[in-house]
Design a protein around this ligand. Structure first.
Ligand code: NDP
Length: 498
């Protein structure tokens, strides 16, 4: 199997130390590719290219309209190759093909959205109390940006990082997760084809502990944008303190899906499943805590468990599959260990709770959709991010109790509320300490709207105008309209420059 190279300094190159990594299909753990594995030396090469491209290359100086044209060309190339790209995403990540297709469309739209946004007015002019002074504010790129992304949305996270970063004129180094580099590699073929200047966009394939850490440590990198686990987020913050890098973090969650007794229960039931089992539960905003009106428990929970048992789990490429495999054996073992913790803590298993190891599933990383009832707020399965198809039910009697349970978490990424009472719905959403919320829905999100969390779910926002802001510095320029001496130093009063 030939080793797929990285894209550094405008060229496809192998790792300097010759490192390689086998990429596996999580549906059967068979190798589907071999890719170059960066070491610290490769990260340093990427950083030097990016530094040169930012300090003296054309990309940051280019007109916004011209940068936008590059992004639009890239979006067209994604669209033109959408089916093949979605298939590749499913083979590498495992998610059902219909989800991968959705991600591909969303990724193309993200590049188009930022191509449009960056050509709109970004600065300001305004009057100050000094009539002789005109002040303007201009926005400028930050510099070299390291962008470290996870394995759950490999293509979409690449788009969420590269689109605003490049639109703003930064030189970006993307480090995909070591398990899922394949769609990013395809994306960079089109970045080359779309004519991005050397060093403006680079792909560094390698492990987080080496290549990712080198980006976070480097004094030549001006910003790190990271999506991943909270523990890694802490390491990035520590490393970034060296040169006070700008840092944005999109971390985990333990998000509530609150269902009141007056909800449309058929709608609520399917959303309760969709909230946790879409993307195999490997979704930062997953509704992993079902906060349910106690009056509903006796009827709702058996129906929820019965419907969840019927979810078709399998290879994401098969047309009937509704939920795919987990990303790696190691991650599957981690999720299964949380299920054992839940049982040991005394929670009641309503459905699932096991690995699927019958013949079609035997070689893959499949876990049955799992729901725990009879939980307590102090249980580890209620407090910690499991990042798999495991939902915990918590019961409430009053609106206040629902809100308190929902907010009783270190995280604050997302939350959904189901009720037919619009005033109550808005009241509860406003009390949620979370950045992304829904009324009578769960999961839809838009390139136009800010994505990010309160509390330990992160720093800053992606997407929308907020996402572009995170890639721009803000400079004030003050222009004297009537230059005159400041009359400050007596010794300079009679000074004349001849
Ligand atoms: P990580 O946070 O380790 O991975 C996210 C990215 O960070 C990957 O590209 C990874 O590299 C990289 N990385 C790892 N260590 C470092 C480091 N020291 N410096 C710089 N970059 C680094 O997540 P895991 O894959 O280990 O998953 C652990 C848990 O994190 C999950 O179970 C889940 O709870 C949470 N998570 C949350 C995500 C989210 O969307 N918020 C996404 C993924 C995980 P590589 O993987 O290549 O080694």
């Amino acid at each position: 199997m030939k080793t797929l190279p990285m894209f550094l300094g405008g060229e496809w190159v192998q790792a300097v130390e010759g490192g390689t990594r086998a990429i596996l299909n999580p549906a059967n753990n068979e190798p589907i590719a071999q890719v170059a594995e960066a070491s610290v030396a490769d990260a340093e090469i990427a950083i030097r290219h990016a530094r040169k491209a930012f300090d003296s290359g054309p990309w940051p100086k280019m007109r916004a309209q011209e940068r936008a044209a590059h992004l639009s060309r890239l979006a067209d190339l994604i669209d033109a190759n959408a089916d093949a790209l979605a298939t590749l995403e499913t083979r590498n990540n495992g998610k059902p093909l219909r989800e991968a297709k959705f991600d591909v469309g969303d990724a193309a739209n993200c590049f188009r959205y930022y191509a449009g946004l960056v050509t709109k007015p970004l600065g300001q002019t305004f009057e100050t109390p000094d009539a002789n002074m005109q002040t303007m504010v201009v926005r400028e790129p930050i510099g070299v940006c390291g962008q470290i992304i996870p394995w759950n949305y490999p293509l979409l996270m690449a788009a969420w990082k590269l689109a605003p970063g490049l639109a703003a004129g930064n030189c970006c180094i993307l480090k995909p997760a070591e398990a899922t580099p394949l769609t990013a590699m395809r994306l960079f073929e089109w970045i080359a084809e779309a004519g991005f200047p050397p060093g403006s966009a680079q792909l560094l394939t390698g492990a987080g502990a080496t290549a990712g850490q080198a980006l976070a440590d480097s004094p030549l990198v001006d910003k790190i944008a990271f999506t991943g686990g909270t523990a890694t987020g802490r390491k990035i913050i520590a490393a970034a303190s060296g040169n006070i890098k700008k840092v944005t973090l999109e971390l985990g969650g333990k998000s509530p899906c609150i269902i009141f007794a007056d909800a449309d229960l058929d709608v609520a039931l399917e959303f309760a499943m969709f909230a946790i089992f879409a993307g195999q539960g490997e979704v930062c905003s997953a509704g992993s805590r079902l906060i349910l009106d106690r009056k509903l428990a006796a009827n709702f929970l058996p129906q929820l468990a019965a419907a969840s048992r019927k979810i078709v789990v399998g290879d994401g490429l098969l047309p009937d599959t509704e939920m795919g495999p987990l990303i790696t054996r190691a991650h599957m073992e981690r999720v299964l260990s949380y299920i054992e913790i839940g049982k040991a803590e005394g929670a009641q298993l309503l459905c699932g709770g096991n690995r699927l190891s019958d013949p079609p599933h035997a070689e893959g990383n499949f876990v049955a959709p799992t729901i725990f009832a009879e939980t307590r707020p102090d249980m580890r399965i209620v407090r910690e991010e499991i990042f798999g198809p495991v939902q915990c039910v918590q019961l409430f009697d009053t609106e206040d109790e629902a809100v308190n349970l929902a907010n009783d978490t270190d995280y604050g990424l997302a939350g959904g509320v189901f009720t037919r009472d619009g005033a109550k719905g808005l009241r509860v959403l406003k009390r949620l300490r979370a950045g992304i919320t829904w009324l009578n829905s769960y999961h839809p999100t838009f390139n136009e709207a800010p994505w990010g969390g309160y509390k330990q779910s992160g720093w800053g926002r992606e997407l929308g105008t907020w996402g572009l802001d995170e890639y721009l510095e803000t400079k004030q320029i003050n222009i004297s309209l009537a230059p005159q001496r400041p009359d400050w130093f007596r010794s300079a009063a009679n000074a004349r420059v001849v």
